[in-house]
Design a protein around this ligand. Structure first.
Ligand code: GDP
Length: 365
């Protein structure tokens, strides 16, 4: 499964946020596949559609789909030159699919800032520079390696050389690899390098309890927001301390607490949804009296591929999928009525599953 790594300078609130994640972690009984490592937290993906589905289906069991976060502590200035545990941390980032970049936006004289003051843009640029330098190093190595072949008119090497050159030029200008304009084939080549600056990224602005109800009252947040918008990235305001407290409460207590604070949705829930979204992940449902369950699939996947998310046998023996949309289910409220209205479809191997589809797979064993 895909995972988002949590990065940031020391003392910005990463551990506090990660504690909130591990304390909200799913129960292993329901998710036996989730082998939990100390630096990984598996959380449910909040989905209000599920709350509506179970009102109609009244299942015995409800299972949400999950999302995984990896804690990447210890990234410091100079990491690309081997400072701190430098390269080791960078290699951990290489293994994640998306980056959640925690930025300190809270003023608190008691908590030391490694750079001596609160300045989120400087912090962002320190981290982004380390990522870019690590990428530049590996891309320059690659360039040297294939240079001679490319000049000797080796077609593949020449094509690769072009891609690497574009990326090197961008990195030298201080731009991330994800900003480089590449066509489909070039993207395939670039993917193989697992570049740190090509991974999708969101900023998480960690601010105080007083400001979180209206983040725009935090001047640092406004600056980060503008910066992120220019980069085409999202920023989510959270108060890591509140998230830590919320994570020890049950669903009802949580709702009351949030209401008292004047917050619509917990910051962590927003982060989960944003990470899910930036990785192109979507949800389909299986609905029955025994169990209602949400499943994650990658945008663009076909019906047999989605069947494979449940079990490889479902994919191998796939015959067809009985399918209706969440919206139609809300309107007609029973399979019989959906059928009458012609809203229950039979879909074959080519069908591209849509977010919110409710599916029942037919397959040969
Ligand atoms: P990390 O080094 O990035 O993992 O940071 P920590 O999560 O350990 O947080 C560093 C310190 O800042 C701890 O003492 C936290 O309690 C504190 N902290 C975290 N979030 C907030 C916040 O929103 N407001 C304030 N005032 N302190 C916070």
């Amino acid at each position: 499964s895909l995972t988002a790594g949590i990065v940031g300078l020391p003392n910005v609130g990463k551990s506090t946020l990660f504690n909130a994640i591990t304390q909200s972690q799913v129960e292993a009984a329901n998710y036996p596949f989730a082998t939990i490592q100390p630096n990984v937290g598996v959380v449910e993906v909040p989905d209000t559609r599920m709350d509506e589905i179970i009102k109609i289906a009244i299942p015995k069991k409800i299972i949400y789909t999950t999302f995984e976060f990896t804690d990447i502590a210890g990234l410091v200035k100079g990491a690309s030159k081997g400072e701190g545990l430098g390269n080791q941390f960078l290699s951990h980032i290489r293994q994640v699919d998306a980056i959640c970049h925690v930025v300190r936006c809270f003023d608190d004289a008691d908590i030391t800032h490694v750079e001596g003051s609160v300045d989120p843009i400087r912090d962002i640029e320190i981290i982004n520079l380390e990522l870019a330098l690590a990428d530049l190093q590996s891309m320059e190595n690659r360039l040297t390696k294939i240079e001679r072949k490319a000049q000797a008119k080796d077609k593949d090497a020449a094509a690769e050389y072009g891609v690497v050159k574009k990326i090197v030029d961008a990195l030298k200008e201080g731009k991330p690899a994800r900003s480089v304009d590449l066509d489909k084939e070039e993207l395939e080549v670039a993917k193989g390098y697992q570049l740190l600056t090509s991974k999708p990224m969101i900023y998480i602005a960690n601010m105080s309890e007083e400001e979180i109800a209206d983040p725009s009252t935090n001047r640092h947040y406004n600056i980060v927001k503008e910066y992120a918008t220019n980069e085409n990235n999202d920023v989510i305001a959270i108060c890591a301390k509140i998230e830590e407290e919320l994570s020890s409460l049950d669903k009802e207590e949580k709702a009351v607490f949030l209401q008292d604070l004047g917050i619509k949705e917990s910051g962590l829930d927003q982060v989960i949804r944003a990470a899910y979204h930036m990785l192109g992940l979507k949800t389909f449902f299986t609905v029955g009296v025994q169990e209602c369950r949400a499943w994650t699939f990658q945008d663009g996947m076909t019906a047999p591929e989605c069947a494979g998310v449940i079990h490889t046998d479902f994919q191998k023996g796939f015959i067809r999928a009985e399918c209706f949309s969440y919206d139609d289910y809300m309107e007609y409220r029973s399979e019989a009525k959906l059928k009458e209205a012609g809203k229950l479809r039979l879909e074959g191997k080519e069908y591209i599953v849509k977010d919110g589809d409710i599916l029942h797979f037919r397959f040969n064993v």
